[in-house]
Design a protein around this ligand. Structure first.
Ligand code: R5P
Length: 298
C-alpha cells in the first residue's frame, strides 16, 4: 500500500495524488526548534509501505534538511520504498562552472537526493547542458514533460498566438509547445549581466502583427527575463502580452512587478504561487503508477 505525505506547503498536491492513486494520505508533523533546527515526525505508520514524499523544491535551502530527515526517518521506520515527488527540481541551472571556483551545485544537490530516495519524479527539469537526469542522479529519476499541458491550456484560451521564447535555452520548451498547439514561434537573444539584470533582443517578429504574444519559458525566478521580453514586445507594437511558464518561483513582490508589464501570467501548479492554473497531479500520478509497476522496489 502506498502512503502519500506532504512536506509543509505541498498539501494540495499530496491530496490530489493520494486521491488519483487511491492511496492513503499521511501526515508529517514538522516544526522548527527555537534555534532553527527542524523537527520531523510521521503521524502514520510507514512500515512496509511505499512512501511518497511530496515536496516541490522552490526555495530549497529552507526545505532540504527536513526533507532528508523525513526520508531517513521513513527508511528507519521500515518503508519498502521512498519516492520523492518534486514537481519543481531545484539547482538544475547551475550545471557548469561558469566562473572559476564556483560550486557546480546541481551535482552536489543530486548526490544529496540520490542518497536518500529510491526514485525521484519531477516535471520539466532545466535540462540544458545535462541531457538527462541520469547524467547526475544515481537513482531512478523520472523527468516528465509539461509541454502537452501548456499546449492544451494555450489552445483552450488563446486565439491566434505568436509564442516567444526569450533565448536559445528556451527554444526546446517554446518549440515543443508551439508544435503541439500548432502555433508559430520566435526565439530571442538574452544577455544576463546580473541575477536581476537582463536584456533581450527579439528579431523575427515581422509578419506576426495582430497575433497575441505569449512568452514561454520553463522557469520564472525573479521575473526579469519575462519583463525584459515584454518590454521588447510592447516596443514592437504588440499588446495583450501573456506569459506561460512551467515553474513560477517568483515571490509576491516580483509577481506584482511582472504584472505591471504583462497582461496575463499562467503557470503550472508545480509551485504554489496564485497563478498555477495548469494542474500537474494527473501527469505525476500516472508516472508514479507506471514506474512503480515497472520496477517495484524490493
Ligand atoms: C534560464 O536558465 C531559465 O530558463 C529562465 O529563463 C530563468 O531562470 C529566468 O530567471 P529570471 O526570472 O530571474 O529572469
Amino acid at each position: 500500500m502506498t502512503i502519500v505525505c506532504a512536506l509543509p506547503g505541498n498539501e494540495a498536491m499530496a491530496q490530489q495524488l493520494a486521491t488519483i492513486l487511491d492511496a492513503q494520505l499521511g501526515h508529517i508533523e514538522s516544526r522548527r526548534f527555537p534555534d532553527g533546527e527542524s523537527y520531523v515526525r510521521f503521524e502514520d505508520g510507514v512500515d512496509r509501505r511505499h512512501v511518497v514524499l511530496v515536496c516541490t523544491l522552490a526555495h530549497p535551502d529552507s526545505q532540504i534538511l527536513r526533507l532528508l530527515f523525513a526520508a531517513d526517518a521513513a527508511r528507519d521506520l521500515g518503508a519498502r520504498s521512498i519516492t520523492l515527488v518534486a514537481p519543481y527540481l531545484a539547482y538544475m541551472r547551475q550545471d557548469k562552472r561558469f566562473r572559476v571556483g564556483e560550486a557546480v551545485s546541481s551535482r552536489s544537490f543530486a548526490r544529496l537526493l540520490s542518497g536518500s530516495f529510491d526514485r525521484i519524479i519531477t516535471v520539466s527539469p532545466h535540462l540544458h547542458r545535462y541531457k538527462a537526469l541520469s547524467d547526475l542522479y544515481s537513482v531512478e529519476a523520472v523527468a516528465l514533460d509539461a509541454a502537452p499541458q501548456l499546449a492544451a491550456w494555450l489552445t483552450g484560451h488563446v486565439a491566434r498566438p505568436i509564442l516567444v521564447g526569450p533565448d536559445s535555452e528556451s527554444e526546446q520548451w517554446v518549440g515543443r509547445v508551439a508544435r503541439l498547439a500548432g502555433a508559430p514561434y520566435v526565439v530571442g537573444r538574452k544577455l544576463r549581466t546580473g541575477d536581476r539584470a537582463v536584456s533581450v533582443e527579439l528579431p523575427g517578429l515581422e509578419g506576426f502583427a495582430g497575433r497575441r504574444p505569449i512568452i514561454v519559458d520553463d522557469v520564472i525566478s525573479s521575473g526579469a527575463t519575462l519583463a525584459a521580453t515584454a518590454d521588447r514586445l510592447r516596443a514592437a507594437g504588440f499588446s495583450g502580452i501573456g506569459c506561460l511558464a512551467v515553474h513560477g518561483l517568483q515571490n509576491g513582490r516580483d509577481t506584482s512587478k511582472l504584472l505591471e508589464k504583462v497582461d496575463e501570467l499562467v503557470t503550472s501548479d508545480s509551485v504554489p504561487n496564485g497563478h498555477g492554473l495548469i494542474g500537474l497531479a494527473p501527469l505525476i500520478a500516472e508516472a508514479f503508477a507506471r514506474s512503480a509497476a515497472a520496477s517495484p522496489p524490493v
